[in-house]
Design a protein around this ligand. Structure first.
Ligand code: PLP
Length: 398
């Protein structure tokens, strides 16, 4: 098909040309005397992205899923109890993994479209007088439903009943796009990946581990080997890895972290809010459709999950967009399959790129019979951005 592919799934996201170029390197010796410079550059530039001075960033040759597994197996004893909430496919998959690894999970079932139910976390934690719950899991940004949760409030709930459990946060589709504060929020393990806000290909698990979690890992009895924090931390301290790292990914990460630092992390967050707000204007004011997120407090600044009207199959919108307009939209997963499609708005993006996605989604919806006004989404997004663009810099918003 002529023209370029428009990639608007909520990860993998567009890799900036600058990062792609940085990744085009000849292979080199990962045990050379100069290699530690690259390791240290990546790990030290990650700390401000996690907003930590005391926790330790770790890179695994995996995706985010590997970091979920690392969190569970490094910090917990076999069969330990954990507390988690399920409100979308990714919070579900983490719970499923915990069960398959033999942990006991107390699940707070929550309607899809809502976020972490802080009051119910509090109730479970305060009922747990014997402190059987060893870890509290929360998905900061549920990519399947476009819902952002309040991780800080979960930490407050834990503190208010002086619960000593570890706090694990999934920030796979939030880190480097939506504010995340490892130290301030008292997060013990943050789980993320390369292919979202970090603007890299998939293939690197990016995680960060508090001193408390590293201490727990010293005596935790769960079986692990490849994903052992201790091996990684010991090796990284010398500037090396316990096994062969992916050089292109490390060079790419160094470059993407440099881009984030140049734009300024807070500006990156601001740009995401501003761009997401334009998409939401297109959905709500332009198309008169609903988001899966049931209230503004849950709105995600990295992904919008858009409910299609009764009688329309969201999968047909996605197929039409892909086949006719070369536009990749995110699918409805599991419980919401067919009921919605998703526009990812995370990473290396600006208004005009998003207008392409909005226009394409609009045309695909019209083609499959959704009764929307042609141009209405594009107009609403433009209106939003024009009204809120005071001081906007080219390619990075107001
Ligand atoms: N958690 C969330 C919120 C995600 O969006 C994803 C993937 O999209 C994952 C976990 C799993 O990460 P990965 O696909 O990188 O293994």
């Amino acid at each position: 098909m002529a023209g370029r592919n428009f990639l608007f799934v909520p990860g993998p996201t567009n890799v900036p040309d600058r990062v792609t170029r940085a990744m085009m390197v000849a292979m080199e010796d990962h045990r050379s005397p100069i290699f530690p410079e690259l390791t240290r550059a990546c790990l030290s530039a990650l700390k401000p992205v996690f907003k930590t001075t005391s926790a330790v960033p770790i890179l695994f040759p995996s995706s985010g899923t590997g970091c979920w597994e690392a969190a569970m197996t490094n910090c917990l004893n076999a069969g330990d109890k954990v507390l988690a909430s399920r409100f979308g496919q990714f919070s579900h998959l983490w719970i499923d993994m915990c069960t398959r690894l033999g942990f006991e999970v107390e699940v707070l079932e929550t309607p899809w479209g809502e976020g972490a139910p802080v009051d119910r976390y509090l109730a479970s934690l305060s009922a747990d007088k014997q402190h059987k719950i060893k870890a509290v899991l929360v998905c900061q940004n549920e990519t399947a439903t476009g819902v952002t949760s309040d991780v800080a409030a979960v930490r407050q709930a834990m503190n208010s009943v002086k619960h000593p459990a570890l706090l694990f946060a999934d920030s796979v589709s939030a880190l480097a796009s939506i504010d995340f504060r490892m130290d301030e929020w008292g997060v013990d393990v943050c789980v993320s990946g390369s292919q979202k806000g970090l603007m890299l290909p998939a293939g690197m698990g990016v995680t960060c581990v508090s001193q408390k979690a590293l201490e727990a890992a010293k005596s935790a009895t769960s079986k692990r080997c490849y994903f052992d924090y201790g091996d990684m931390v010991t090796s990284n301290a010398t500037g090396y890895f316990p096994y062969t790292p992916s050089l292109p990914m490390l060079y790419g990460l160094r470059e993407s972290l440099a881009m984030i630092a140049e734009e300024g992390l807070e500006n990156v967050f601001h740009r995401h809010t501003y761009l997401a707000s334009g998409v939401r204007a297109a959905v709500i004011e332009g198309w008169k459709l609903k988001l899966c997120a049931t209230a503004p407090k849950w709105h995600s600044d990295t992904v919008s999950a858009i409910m299609v009207p009764e009688g329309i199959n969201g999968a047909e919108v996605i197929a039409r967009a892909f086949k006719r307009y070369n536009l990749a939209l995110g699918a409805g997963l599991s419980k919401v399959a067919g009921k919605l499609f998703r526009i990812g708005h995370m990473g290396d993006l600006n208004e005009l790129m998003l207008l392409g996605a909005i226009a394409g989604a609009e045309m695909a919806m019209l083609d499959v019979g959704v009764k929307i006004e042609p141009g209405s989404g594009v107009a609403a997004a433009q209106k939003y951005w024009r009204n809120h663009a005071a001081g906007a810099k080219s390619g990075s918003a107001a």
